[in-house]
Design a protein around this ligand. Structure first.
Ligand SMILES: C[S@@+](CC[C@H](N)C(=O)[O-])C[C@H]1O[C@@H](n2cnc3c(N)ncnc32)[C@H](O)[C@@H]1O
Ligand code: SF4
Length: 406
């Protein structure tokens, strides 16, 4: 069945492609893809996750809320191809997840979400996911209960796998088109389980599986694959062989350079902490402060970082410092956080906002002064620091329109 608004979506995508090539300051097309931070809460405390470096308890962070979600949906969903729900928390525990899925389904926008899988025991939620989500990525970081529960701290291996089996069985029974993808964040503590994990993902009924190396600060390199490149490369090869034998799609990272361990050992002088030490360091903090106080603290901290020097240092009157930057986001995608703030993308260097949907309509922000300045600066060789070393620009470069549509 064709989805609602398809001709309008097609026109918007064409205009967006044109504007990505011509790089105007003002866009007539609306974002083709957007990320919406539906909640910053999470019910787990995985030790490798960036959330462990934030103040407060994972369950006491704010959510976007239904009213903001509805405003974003009305402004963007009729023309967008795809919306990604929060990647800074657990999307399936948002207080308004059921309405968020139903609203997205009504607009016919493709929903992609990444979940830890723990809420899938709820039958009604599984049904809403299977009715409204295009790609469900499940983060499952071990093939055994011991490894899984050490990393996915707070989740129960047997329960999560049982619920995924229910989901994939229901998917087949309903003829649902939701693509279920198992995902493993690879680190020293779990990489050896990758071949068995591929078998497990196939066995629980996933459609495909992917894995990516953990991003770890230099002082925690004992956790990263660079600390065990030979083991990682051997395991990738074994996992690829298993996937081939099963006829099961698997995406693995490229092999690591074998001298990576040597490079990693140069990051600091002292002995690196082990994964277990890291997990202990980030143990949940008792006693928990009152939720309202934590929320107020987080929001206050966010606002204090808005005037960021790396943005202000841009001098548009000086000589160009680089060639035009063909950013895949500035002309066709956007990122709306759980507090309503709008940023161009997820680059951690972008700590300032381009606007907030609590103050302005999204359309006014999309072509407001900060967005126009960003597009102008990307085009004119005066881009802010985060854009100049952005890995996405390199990743998409040379892919042309295919890259812009990814
Ligand atoms: C931050 S989580 C949010 C969604 C959901 N709570 C989950 O766990 O899937 C999104 C993805 O980032 C991955 N992740 C967490 N910490 C990471 C790190 N340090 N490096 C790379 N990926 C990480 C998670 O495993 C998960 O696949
Ligand atoms: S479940 Fe996801 S968001 Fe929550 S702590 Fe783990 S990786 Fe981070």
């Amino acid at each position: 069945m064709p989805r609602p608004n398809q001709p309008e979506r097609d026109r918007n995508r064409e205009r967006s492609l044109h504007e990505s090539r011509t790089m105007p300051e003002v866009c007539t097309a609306k974002p083709v893809k957007l990320t919406v931070g539906t909640t910053h809460k999470c019910n787990l405390t995985c030790p490798m996750c960036f959330k462990q470096y934030e103040p407060g308890h994972n369950m006491h962070y704010p959510s976007l809320g239904l009213a903001r979600f509805e405003r974003i949906a009305a402004a963007c969903f009729p023309t967008a191809e795809e919306v990604v729900f929060t990647v800074s928390g657990e999307p399936l525990i948002s207080e308004s997840i059921e309405q968020e899925l139903q609203i997205s389904g009504r607009y016919g926008v493709d929903v992609c979400l990444t979940s830890n899988g723990t809420p899938l025991g709820v039958e009604r939620l599984r049904r809403l996911v299977l009715e409204n989500v295009s790609v469900l990525t499940l983060s499952l970081d071990g093939a055994t209960a011991a490894t899984f529960e050490k990393i996915r701290r707070g989740a129960k291996f047997d329960k999560v796998m049982h619920d995924i089996r229910l989901l994939t069985a229901e998917k087949r029974a309903r003829g649902s088109r939701t693509r279920v993808v198992g995902h493993m964040t690879l680190m020293r503590a779990n990489v050896h389980e990758l071949p068995d994990w591929v078998r497990l993902m196939h066995d629980v009924g996933c459609d495909a599986c992917t894995c990516e190396p953990v991003q770890a600060p230099a002082t925690f390199h004992a956790m990263a694959l660079e600390s065990c490149p030979d083991l990682a490369n051997r395991t990738f090869a074994a996992a690829r062989a298993v996937a081939k034998q099963l006829g099961f799609p698997l995406s693995t990272p490229a092999d690591l350079p074998v001298n990576a361990a040597e490079a990693a050992s140069r990051h600091d002088g002292g002995a690196p902490p082990t994964f277990e030490e890291l997990a202990e360091r980030h143990a949940p903090e008792p006693p928990e402060p009152a939720p309202d106080a934590v929320v107020a603290e987080v929001l206050a901290a966010d606002r204090s970082t808005i005037a960021h020097p790396r943005w202000q240092e841009v001098d548009e009157n000086g000589p160009a410092q680089h060639a035009p930057i063909d950013c895949p986001y500035a002309w066709s995608r956007t990122w709306i956080n759980y507090d309503g703030s709008v940023k161009p993308c997820c680059h951690p260097g972008f700590v300032h906002d381009l606007g907030n949907i609590d103050r302005d309509d999204f359309a006014a922000i999309w072509n407001g002064a900060p967005y126009r300045q960003l597009r102008r600066s990307l085009r004119s060789g005066h881009a802010p620091a985060p854009c100049r070393d952005c890995y996405l620009v390199g990743l998409y470069a040379g892919l042309g329109d295919v890259g812009r549509n990814r």
